[in-house]
Ligand binder design. Structure first.
Ligand code: 6R9
Length: 675
């Protein structure tokens, strides 16, 4: 077996852990793969049976068929459905009417450290709020099916309420992470053609008020399409409101009846629900489209398989709704299965490193979905903050966003889960909409291995292949692909919003003639068939689990007047997994001063957003380039991560060996000077 490491730790391919409490679900690996094989051989019928568990407004005529553009698949065409109806009305008309759907906690704490604000909504109350907002959006702003809206919102209940109200009206939305800059927001508004922006005055983060409306004003000044801005009063800020364009939400709601009935639009199964922008290797962010029917089918299925969701469960996912995990597994997934979902405004380490554990204890959380970065950050404070709380209600834990190193897995398993709870690392991405590779304790639970993702879920035909698209032997690193279409994949009309060619090129052309969906990840399959995703094979960074394109950061840097060229690569970080490291060539006559270093770090932050500040920035006289002028990132990455260059002959195709050596020494000198 090839040695593969995560955050510096070797992977224990051979270890297996089985929980006897789960004997009713435990299956052997062999048995699991028999079931899996069957699901793939009958993949259409497999997904049809899952879709039948949803409530369709009118039945589909086909399970799937090719869309109008290459590699775009229509799932359940002919069927009519609305995800807002599935998340709300279905429960309100049944036994979950008075069950809690959403529990929200604000960040501000009282003198005893408890939350100053908690808001709870039953399914009935959530539907009422969604209907009131939908009424106001429709009647006051004229929003209707096919319109576009963008959200730039903090983690407050109005965010899921808005998502559900927009879905209900058939308005296509994009939610933009509230840490992004005005330029990043403007880019997304423009690409989608959003005419309505939903935001808040500000929000609380680590005891400070972060302003949002100002950023929106900046973005709107760059966007021609925007007609109205709706502002939620969250932080009591005195913000500038542009007459005729900007509206306080509470003013818009004044005219709404206390309990209006807004019928969910019966949209086509494969019509767009939302567009979520994500980073790739080259170019700006790609707007990934997700539909109503296929997406709902995948989420509904994975909530049961992966999270084993039962009516008595209380579910807490620590993600932010600005990223795909929050869309799928704070809002739509849990509500589809009628769960109680928890949402917290702040960060895990403020005001004390036990915020998550206090939330678990306070609400009796039974299912916990978190991240490796969050786990590593809290591990640093030791076991005491965890032990202070009664976590006996927990019964299942999963993580997401990046590979989990075995010691972080162990901490979740031993300390948080008290060796009682399954702990998984669910692999998926913005493009897949929902979980693809994970243990499935809700249906067929195979033994766990610390750090592994596990076998592909039923109906997901994942494989690890070489450059030619052929399966690699167990233990060998290769590329992760999904060989057959699945519900939840990027949707019609174009996969990537407005760019069907890019969709086909990025995801399907790496292995010509194969029709494989290429994930962009490296992975290893072990002898049991478990998949261990080992990080990105392309130039995408995963900083604290947030997906960032190097190209986007480099563009931000070169837009500074002193910068001629820039290369950003991922460097290792013990907590965040990866951090951006920048190498900068200055324009003639500019001095590489410490002040300029600071200025460029700040500049990147202002251009891109707070999550993207380079952790280190080095000035170099030139960047190593291939004969054709492409930046040699592999070499730069080797320097940034302090690893030896190794065999330069593998770089020989790209440039002359002595040039590689020279460039390498150049970069190393720059790094050593600063250290
Ligand atoms: C959901 C999400 C996708 C990329 C993906 C991979 C990495 C996510 C992972 C994981 C190893 C896991 N990734 N989950 N790697 N183990 N359990 O994170 O979506 O932001 O689009 O990122 O994240 O590299 O390709 P997104």
């Amino acid at each position: 077996m090839e040695e593969v490491t995560f955050v510096g730790e070797a992977l224990p391919f051979g270890e297996r852990i089985t929980l006897s409490d789960w004997n009713h679900r435990n299956v052997s690996v062999r048995k699991y793969f028999e079931l899996h094989k069957d699901s793939i051989e009958n993949i259409q019928e497999f997904w049809a049976s899952k879709a039948r568990e949803l409530e369709w407004l009118s039945p589909w005529t086909k399970i799937s068929e090719p869309g109008a553009h290459p590699h775009v698949t229509r799932w359940f065409p002919g069927g009519r459905i609305n995800i807002s109806h599935l998340c709300l009305d279905r429960h309100v008309s049944g036994k979950r009417r008075n069950k809690l759907s959403l529990i929200w906690e604000g960040e501000p704490r009282d003198e005893k450290g408890g939350p100053m604000e908690v808001r709870k909504y039953t399914y009935y109350e959530l539907l009422t709020e969604v209907n009131r907002v939908a009424y106001a959006f429709r009647n006051e702003l004229g929003l209707k099916r096919g319109d576009k809206a963008a959200l730039y919102m903090p983690m407050i209940p109005e965010l899921p309420i808005f998502l559900l109200a927009l879905a209900r009206l058939g308005v296509v939305f994009t939610a933009v992470f509230s840490g992004f800059s005005a330029e990043n927001l403007a880019l997304r508004i423009k690409d989608l053609g959003a005419r309505t922006i939903l935001t808040a005055d500000g929000f609380y983060r680590r005891g400070k008020v972060i302003k949002l409306k100002e950023t929106v004003d900046g973005a709107v000044s760059l966007s021609a399409t925007v007609e109205s801005v709706v502002v939620v009063k969250r932080a009591g800020l005195d913000v500038h409101m542009t007459e005729g364009r900007d509206h306080w939400l509470h003013d818009l709601l004044e005219g709404a009846p206390s309990s209006p009935e807004i019928q969910p639009e019966p949209v086509e199964s494969d019509s767009p629900l939302y567009v979520l922008y994500t980073s790739g290797t080259t170019g700006g962010p790609k707007g990934i489209i997700h539909d109503h029917g296929g997406y709902a089918t995948l989420l509904h299925t994975t909530m049961k398989e992966v999270f084993d969701m039962k009516d008595e469960d209380v579910y807490y996912c620590t993600a932010d709704i600005g990223w795909v995990t929050g869309h799928s597994y704070i809002v739509f997934g849990p509500l589809l299965v009628g769960a109680t979902t928890i949402m917290y405004e702040g960060t895990p380490d403020y005001p004390a490193p036990d915020t998550w554990w206090a939330i678990i204890e306070r609400y009796g959380v039974s299912i916990f979905y978190t991240t490796p970065t969050g786990t590593r950050m809290l591990m640093k404070f030791g076991d005491d903050p965890v032990k202070k709380h009664d976590l006996s209600t927990l019964r299942l834990i999963h993580s997401v966003g990046e590979p989990i190193n075995p010691s972080a897995w162990r901490w979740l398993y031993d300390v948080v889960g008290q060796k009682r709870c399954p702990v998984g690392s669910t692999w998926w991405m913005t493009e897949t909409g929902g979980i693809m590779i994970s243990y499935a304790p809700g249906t067929h639970f195979v033994p766990m291995k610390p750090g592994a993702n596990g076998p592909p879920l039923p109906g997901i035909d994942a494989e690890v292949v070489n450059e030619a698209g052929e399966p690699v032997s167990p233990g060998t690193k290769g590329f992760l692909v999904i060989k057959k279409p699945f519900p939840g994949m990027p949707s019609p009309p174009t996969g990537i919003w407005g760019d069907p060619e890019r969709y086909a090129k990025v995801y399907f052309e790496k292995f010509p003639g194969k029709n494989y969906f290429y994930t962009g990840d490296y992975a290893v399959k072990d002898t049991d068939g478990y998949i261990w995703v080992a990080g990105r094979a392309d130039e995408v960074l995963k900083v604290a689990g947030h997906r960032i394109g190097t190209y986007e950061l480099e563009s931000a840097l070169v837009s500074h007047e002193s910068v001629a060229e820039a290369a950003v690569v991922a460097g290792p970080d013990a907590v965040k997994g990866e951090v951006p490291i920048a190498f900068v060539v200055l324009k003639q006559g500019r001095d590489p001063t410490p002040e300029l270093t600071l200025e460029l770090k700040k500049w990147t932050k202002s251009k891109f957003g707070s999550i993207a500040e380079p952790s280190q920035l080095f000035f170099v006289s030139r960047l190593p380039k291939t004969r054709s002028g492409k930046i040699m990132r592999r070499l730069i990455k080797a320097v940034a991560s302090g690893s030896p260059l190794g065999d330069v002959t593998t770089l020989e195709d790209e440039a002359a060996v002595d040039e590689v050596q020279n460039a390498y020494q150049d970069l190393k000198r720059a790094v050593e000077r600063i250290d």
